[in-house]
Design a protein around this ligand. Sequence first.
Ligand SMILES: *Cc1c(COP(=O)(O)O)cnc(C)c1O
Length: 396
Amino acid sequence: MSDIPAREAKVFMQAGRRMPVTLVRGEGTRVWDDEGKAYLDFVDGIASTSLGHADPGLVEAVSSQIGTLHHVSNLFYTVPQIELAELLVKHSAFDRVYFQNSGAEANEAAIKLARKWGQLHRNGAYEIISTTNSFHGRTMMTVSATGTPRYREPFGPSVPGFVFVDYDDIEALRAATTPQTAAILLEPVQGEGGVNVPAEGYLAQVRAWCDAQGILLIYDEVQTGVGRLGTLWGYQQSGVAPDIMTLAKGLAGGVPIGAVLAKEHAAVFEPGDHGSTFGGNPLSTAAGLYVLRRIAEGDVLANVQERGEQLERSLASLEDRFPVVKGVRGRGLLRGLELHEDIAPDVVSAALARGLLANPVRPNVVRLMPPLTVSATEVDEAVAILEQALASVVNS
Ligand SMILES: *Cc1c(COP(=O)(O)O)cnc(C)c1O
């Protein structure tokens, strides 16, 4: 075992937990540790390295941009930023874009938009209805918007103005709506909450409710956007679009970026309202441009649909062999293997030892989110490792 974990323990603020492995290199769906051991990467930088590791086109786009112009601030116009904004508008239901560096920042911008919209168009309404088990980021305002109390309780008081209702419960949303409500904030599939897919029709009902009440609908598509669910945007699977959508994780294939997209009526920022030193810099937007072109205009989405169905089928077949397997949830290449017992961390450790990176997103859910370019053979290989890992845990 390398000395990196021991060195980390001395100097790093341990705000999270890591798997006992130090990764040094990647190619396609595979990564290697500092002892030369290979792993299939079904974590994908948390659904971020959408074209896999060291994609030659992405390497070229980033290398060429860093050798040309990588940062000048938003005091000036730059070409890749405007080209990426144009491409996002062309391929989505939205009219305007603002770039950030992360998902939390994109959500901050979305919440600021909703609050300003409330001041302008709804008598100062500022409340945002969010859902339990949601995840919207780790900044002070986005943890306040996150329906997982343990993320915000150490840092109280929370930012006021957030109300929580159960996910996938339209009646609860209706009951929580008041004249103070400015917006409803939702993930079309909850990612960090455990890969929770709402019932058919829920998102369309939420859209209809927002229209009837004259309030905004915001989708946090930081995890679900840019092809992860098999369509370019998660909202396309519900047949309705929100007024505001946020993106980050997969948008630039693992290069840090965030974006908030809005329809014209919700795009209420004016000069001076918002800003970012690095947001939308030429380097990250050149990466985003390359990745979005590949996903929106190439054959990546077809692969997500086919490999997603393959993954679902193979995971579902584990149900017959392992009574501990409860079922499979998710869409496209965002899948959760649900277990009857809280053994997900043990299964993930056993998989790691056998050369597969997976994520215990909940004590009873193993989350799998490979690159959108994963091959059929790699899916088979990953499920075979997972099967051995399950067998080793259940039989131990
Ligand atoms: C990861 C995630 C975020 C936070 O993104 P960061 O880039 O880590 O700030 C927000 N919302 C959702 C749905 C996410 O999955």
